[in-house]
Design a protein around this ligand. Structure first.
Ligand code: ATP
Length: 362
């Protein structure tokens, strides 16, 4: 049982609040991704879990035991770093075996455990080589094998794929996911890459300015962002944010169109709000239709499987997706239908930008 409980933890450097009152529970065997822009406090939070940093306030427990004052070496964790951090003067085999030897694991057990980890990471042919004789991808595999071999309660990974080229990242992403599902070790994975966060984690905690804005399953974060920042940070393209006005009852007006919302709690009639909608939930029509708003095409980006259109909708730029055979050129008049069940209320304000209010979803 290696549940991680982070209880109202704060860490300040000089006058920078790197982590601010974060509370998070990572369940036993869960793959949690910490996602956010540079400087939002992801690495600091990971280092607080690892014990490399001591919190100013709050506590961390692993497997039901308070480890706030326990040094990293006694927390039963293993870390994988972006820089691999392999010992250059040791062969791959000795790099992987290093931690076991430090922990005085009986010699007879070391060989089989190293071989098993090497097999899992598909690096058996390289065991006699030095790190300098490996490619970046192979080095990263060694770094992961070195963590796995310890059979820790928790694996912490800090941007482990950032140094790899795009194709290798794609392969390693799927492979790491498969591997961690297999070993079922509680994992915390730091990244600023939203594709990694969406595709790999059981849950994603989106951070900004030292705080966790939303922690939920990837599709929930994507589909029902709890904050305008999350809506714009996750997804490519980001979620469109349009200005709307709450009308009486459970409805919102966008342009001349009135949309029913299941929930408008926290908002009152006349409130100006931001209404979020994903590009794939905007239907683009070549002809006028009931309930469709007129727009004009600004940019057409063919992306292989679909076209990404940038549309001028009144004074707003809106991204929408269409089939590749849709007759769109810059300047073409089109009509767009916002699919009401996919509209999200994202705080008070007028369209794009920051907001602090908690979202209400349709
Ligand atoms: P990145 O993706 O760029 O690694 P991050 O989200 O991991 O960023 P952190 O490294 O946790 O962010 O840093 C959070 C904030 O704390 C930043 O403003 C950073 O400058 C500051 N910070 C981190 N470590 C220290 C330190 N040792 N001394 C002073 N400030 C620090």
């Amino acid at each position: 049982m290696a549940e991680i409980k982070i209880n109202s933890i704060t860490k300040t450097y000089a006058n920078v609040a790197a982590v601010r009152e974060v509370s998070l529970t990572i369940e036993d065997g869960e793959f949690m991704v910490l996602l956010g822009p540079s400087g939002c406090g992801k690495t600091t939070l990971l280092r607080l879990i690892a014990g490399f940093e001591v919190p100013d306030e709050g506590s961390v427990s692993i497997g039901g035991k308070d480890v706030t004052d326990v040094p990293p070496g006694r927390r039963d964790i293993a870390m994988v770093f972006q820089s691999y951090a392999l010992f250059p003067h040791l062969r791959v085999l000795d790099n992987i075996a290093f931690g076991l030897r430090m922990h005085k694991v009986p010699k007879a057990n070391i060989g089989p455990r190293v071989r098993k980890a090497a097999e899992m990471m598909d690096i058996e042919p390289f065991l006699q080589r030095y790190p300098s004789q490996l490619s970046g991808g192979q080095r990263q595999r060694v770094a992961v094998a070195r963590a796995l071999v310890m059979e820790p309660s928790v694996i912490l990974m800090d941007e482990p794929l950032s140094n790899l080229d795009a194709l290798l990242r794609l392969q390693m992403r799927a492979e790491l996911k498969r591997l961690l599902q297999e070993v079922k070790t509680t994992t915390v994975y730091v990244t600023h890459d939203q594709v990694e966060a969406l595709s790999m984690g059981d849950r994603t905690a989106v951070m900004r300015d030292g705080a966790v804005l939303q922690c939920a399953a990837p599709m929930e974060v994507y589909d029902r962002p709890a904050h305008a920042f999350v809506a714009e940070f996750i997804g490519s393209p980001p979620m469109n944010l349009l200005p709307g006005v709450i009308s009486d009852g459970n409805s919102v007006k966008v342009g001349d169109n009135q949309f029913h919302m299941d929930q408008t709690e926290g908002f009152g009639p006349g409130d100006q709000v931001r209404v979020g909608i994903r590009a794939e939930n905007i239907e683009v029509l070549a002809q006028p239709a009931t309930g469709a708003l007129e727009a004009s095409v600004r940019v057409v980006e063919p992306l292989g499987s679909h076209l990404l259109l940038t549309l001028a909708l009144g004074e707003h730029a809106v991204k929408a997706i269409t089939r590749t055979d849709f007759p769109a050129r810059p300047g073409t008049r089109v009509w767009v239908r916002l699919l009401a069940e996919h509209l999200r209320l994202l705080g008070k304000g007028k369209g794009k930008g920051e907001g602090t209010e908690v979202a209400v979803t349709a």
